[in-house]
Ligand binder design. Structure first.
Ligand code: CAA
Length: 395
C-alpha cells in the first residue's frame, strides 16, 4: 500500500492552494455576503485547467487522475465553496458524464467548451417533487421521431444561471419506470428554456442555484446520452463520481476550518497562555485532526478505486457520508474555538460552517448515502469488497 503522492499530484495540490489562498481568499467574504457570482474567478479556473481536470487532452482537458482532482477540490474548498461546487459539477458530473457515455460528436462539440470554462455545465436531475426519490421524474421527453419534446421543471440547479449546457434527466416512457428515463444534452439558448430566479441560500451563496423551466423544447435525438432508457443509470453512475467530488469539498471545508482553528488557538491567549495549551481546546484539535484524517483516507481511497476501474459506488457513498458529517461537526467546533470572533464574517469559520451544511444534502443526502451503503452490504452478504472490472459496469 502506497500513500505517497506523485510529483505531479503534489504540483496540482500546490497550484490549487496558491490559487485559493492568493486569488480566491481576498474577495470571498464580500462575494458570499452579497451573493456575487465569481465570474472572473471561474474564468481563471478555466485558464488554469481546474474546470476540465479529468477530460482527455484531445478535448481540451488536463487528462489527470481522480486523485489530482480531489486534491485540487480540497484546497479550493478550504477557501471558496461557491467556486468548488461550480468546479465539482462541471468536472465530475457534466464533463465526466459526457466523456464516459457520450458519442464522439457530443464529446467533440461540448467538452472543449466546458473544459476551458468558455461555458460551464449543469446537471438537471432534481425536481420540485423528485429530490431523493429520483426515479419519480415528472419532466417528460416525448419521442417525436427525430427529436424529443421536453417539458418540465428542474429545481436547485447548480450553475443554473451561468451554464449554457444542461444535462437533463426526463421520463420518456412512464410504463417502463426508471428504465424509461433518458439523459439529454440541452443548450440554454434553445427556444423554450427559461431560467428562474437565483436562490438566496444559507451557504455557497455566490454560486448560482436556479429553477429551470423547459417548455416544449425540441431536443434532437443525437443529443441523447447512451441507449434509449439509459438516463437513470447514467444519472446514478455520474453521481457515484460526483459524490467523490462533494466528499472532497466537505474534506476541504473541514480542513480549512481546522487550519484556521490551529492558527487561532496558537495565537489567542487566555489565562496567561495560548488557548491551544488548554486541554479543552487541545483535545478538540486532536479530535478534529483525527476525524479529518480518517475522512481524507476514505476520500482518497474512493478516488483511487475509480482510477483503478474498480467498483467505487459504495466507497463514494461512504466517503461522502462521512466527510460531510465531519465537515458539519468540526466547522461548529471551529466557531467554538474562535469564540466571539468565530461568529463574525472576518474570521471565515462561520462561512465554512454554513457551507458545510449543503454537503450533507446535495448529490444525495446523508440518509440516501446510508441507504446506498446498507443496500450494497446486505446484497453482498455483509462483505464489502470492491472488485476489479474490465467492463462498463463499474464506471
Ligand atoms: N450506481 C449505479 N447504479 C445505481 C446506483 C448507483 N449508485 N443506484 C441505483 N442504481 C441503479 C439500480 O441498480 C437500479 O438498476 P436496475 O433496475 O437495472 O437494477 C436502478 O438504478 C434503480 O435503483 P433502485 O431500484 O435502487 O431505485 P430506488 O428508487 O429504490 O433508489 C436511489 C434509488 C438510490 C434512492 C436514487 O434515487 C438516489 O440516488 N437518489 C438520490 C438522488 C441524488 O443524489 N440527487 C442529487 C441531485 S444532483 C445534485 O445535487 C447536483 C448539484 O447541483 C450539486
Amino acid at each position: 500500500m502506497d500513500f505517497k503522492l506523485t510529483e505531479e499530484q503534489l504540483a496540482v495540490k500546490e497550484a490549487a492552494r496558491d490559487f485559493a489562498q492568493n486569488i480566491l481568499k481576498p474577495g470571498v467574504i464580500e462575494r458570499d455576503s452579497k451573493m456575487i457570482y465569481p465570474t472572473e474567478q471561474v474564468k481563471m479556473m478555466g485558464e488554469l485547467g481546474f474546470l476540465g481536470m479529468m477530460v482527455s487532452p484531445q478535448y481540451g482537458g488536463g487528462g489527470m487522475d481522480t486523485i489530482s482532482y480531489v486534491l485540487a477540490m480540497e484546497e479550493i474548498s478550504k477557501v471558496d465553496n461557491s467556486c468548488s461546487v461550480i468546479m465539482s459539477v462541471n468536472n465530475s458530473l457534466v464533463a465526466w458524464g459526457i466523456e464516459t457515455f457520450g458519442t464522439e460528436e457530443q464529446k467533440a462539440k461540448y467538452l472543449p467548451l466546458i473544459a476551458s470554462g468558455e461555458t460551464i455545465g449543469s446537471f438537471c436531475l432534481s425536481e420540485p417533487e423528485a429530490g431523493s426519490d429520483a426515479t419519480s421524474q415528472r419532466t417528460t421527453a416525448i419521442d417525436k421521431g427525430d427529436y424529443y419534446l421536453l417539458n418540465g421543471t428542474k429545481n436547485w440547479i447548480t450553475n443554473g444561471g451561468s451554464s449554457k449546457i444542461h444535462l437533463v434527466i426526463a421520463q420518456t416512457n412512464v410504463e417502463l419506470g426508471h428504465r424509461g428515463i433518458n439523459a439529454l444534452i440541452v443548450e440554454s439558448d434553445w427556444e423554450g428554456v427559461a431560467i428562474g430566479a437565483k436562490e438566496d441560500k444559507l451557504g455557497i451563496r455566490s454560486s448560482d442555484t436556479h429553477t429551470i423551466l423547459y417548455n416544449d423544447v425540441k431536443v434532437p435525438k443525437e443529443n441523447r446520452i447512451g441507449e434509449e432508457g439509459f438516463g437513470f443509470k447514467f444519472a446514478m453512475k455520474v453521481l457515484n463520481g460526483g459524490r467523490i467530488g462533494i466528499a472532497s469539498q466537505a474534506l476541504g471545508i473541514a480542513s480549512g476550518a481546522y487550519e484556521l482553528s490551529v492558527a487561532y488557538a496558537n495565537e489567542r491567549k487566555a489565562f496567561g497562555k495560548p488557548i491551544s495549551q488548554h486541554q479543552a481546546i487541545a483535545f478538540k484539535i486532536a479530535q478534529m485532526a483525527t476525524e479529518i484524517e480518517a475522512a481524507r483516507m476514505m476520500v482518497y481511497r474512493a478516488a483511487w478505486l475509480k482510477d483503478q476501474h474498480m467498483d467505487y459506488g459504495t466507497a463514494a457513498a461512504m466517503c461522502k457520508y462521512y466527510a460531510s458529517e465531519v465537515a458539519m461537526k468540526h466547522t461548529v467546533e471551529a466557531v467554538q474555538i474562535h469564540g466571539g470572533y468565530g461568529f463574525v464574517k472576518e474570521y471565515h469559520v462561520e462561512r465554512l460552517m454554513r457551507d458545510a451544511k449543503i454537503t450533507q444534502i446535495y448529490e444525495g443526502t446523508s440518509e440516501i448515502q446510508q441507504l446506498v451503503i446498507s443496500r450494497d452490504i446486505l446484497k453482498n452478504g455483509n462483505l464489502y469488497v470492491p472488485v476489479m472490472s474490465n467492463d462498463m459496469e463499474n464506471v
